[in-house]
Design a protein around this ligand. Structure first.
Ligand code: FEH
Ligand code: ZN
Ligand code: ZN
Length: 354
């Protein structure tokens, strides 16, 4: 089968011919219908080195996956060949307290997990291929009626990650509150849609690119602003003169974190989602009183079920640009240029072929 392989850190992924894996006991072989290209993959290709993460190349890229069940190993029940499914991304040990609670992103036993905190496309072979071997049926979620794998794939990361982040702040996202989303890319546009669909907050989006601001408004933002000297004042104005109750920094540079701190009001949540490598000095007087600053990482199976339900009912509509698997390499070039609107999805199969 074809597979886009990251063969070492700081390298260009290569499309290779590799054997189709066989599902062993408890495992599921998924025929790939959509694999999202995540901005994080660029960090794997451009800057990470040994030790940056508890796992490393070589592996097949693609950690945002959906497709159809193709074959199952022994002891797998309730999944049939041809069934459309989404794949939960983080594959923990499955036996520690956190994994048993469904929080495999935060597995307590890195010594037992083959790629701690990672999974297919992050340390293990992912979905930018014709087939994806999923190590346990617990990582497979049947798609609701009407959701095609190529449209569902972004929901497993680009939607799931902001969904998890927004859920942490749901007590603050009440009528009269203000939420700010900095960066309207693959995750940011879905963050706007999730805020619109699940909270009562006024939503302000920030992006330097006019096309991204347009996408933010199409996604339900009340206001889309460009960075600049008056940005924080404009954000305050949108929040009845107060600052933001919740700021989601989807970029994560020094500058965007500074903007987040300047836009936040007392008691706000600032959640760092993007891997831009920025830092925010945190001291008693560096942010308004009782502002909490936190990172966030992906999401879990039960949240994915909720995200899929929102999408199936039309509350989430990922903006998707599709690329055939044979042109997967160029997707990352386009991503690096900032030329992708919404989410790029690599499609190995348009429909299921037994
Ligand atoms: C990937 C690698 C490291 C940190 C975060 C991520 C996210 O893109 C996972 O979806
Ligand atoms: Zn990702
Ligand atoms: Zn575990």
């Amino acid at each position: 089968m074809r597979a886009l392989r990251l063969e070492s850190w700081q390298s260009t992924p290569q499309l290779r011919e590799v054997p189709v894996p066989e599902p062993g006991p408890g495992q599921v072989l998924v025929q790939m219908g959509g694999a999202g290209a995540c901005h994080s993959d660029l960090h794997l290709m451009d800057e990470f080195t040994d030790g940056a993460l508890p796992w490393g190349p070589p592996f097949t890229l693609g950690h945002e996956n959906a497709g159809w069940v193709h074959a199952v190993g022994s002891h797998v029940h309730g999944l049939e060949p041809g069934q459309p499914v989404a794949v939960v991304g983080a594959w923990g040990c499955g036996t520690c307290p956190r994994c048993l609670a469904g929080l495999e992103t935060y597995c307590d036993r890195p010594d037992l997990a083959p790629a701690p905190g990672g999974g297919g496309g992050l340390g293990l072979d992912g979905g930018m291929a014709d087939y994806l071997l999923v190590p346990s049926a617990r990582h497979v979620v049947p798609l609701p009626e009407g959701l095609a794998p190529a449209d569902a794939a972004p929901l497993t990361d680009a939607a799931l990650t902001p969904y998890h982040a927004i859920r942490r702040s749901r007590e603050k996202l009440v009528p009269g509150s203000l939420a700010v989303v900095i960066g309207v890319g693959g995750l940011g546009h879905l963050a706007v849609q999730i805020l619109r669909a699940t909270t009562a907050a006024v939503v302000v989006a920030v992006d330097a690119r006019e096309a991204a601001r347009d996408l933010a408004v199409r996604s339900g933002a009340d206001l889309a602003l460009a960075p600049g000297d008056s940005l924080v004042d404009q954000i305050r104005e949108a929040g009845h003169g107060f600052g933001a109750d919740v700021v989601l920094d989807m970029v994560g540079t020094d500058q965007t974190l500074q903007t987040a701190a300047a836009a936040a009001r007392q008691l706000a949540d600032i959640t760092l989602v993007g891997l831009g490598g920025g830092t925010l000095p945190y001291s008693f007087f560096s942010v308004p009183y009782e502002v909490s600053v936190q990172s966030t990482y992906w999401g879990n199976r039960s949240e994915l079920v909720e995200v899929l339900d929102l999408a199936a009912r039309g509350h989430l509509r990922p903006e998707v640009t599709r690329f055939p698997l044979d042109r997967a390499g160029m997707v990352y070039d386009r991503l690096r240029e900032g030329a992708i609107e919404g989410r790029a999805v690599v499609v190995a199969h348009e429909e299921y072929t037994p």
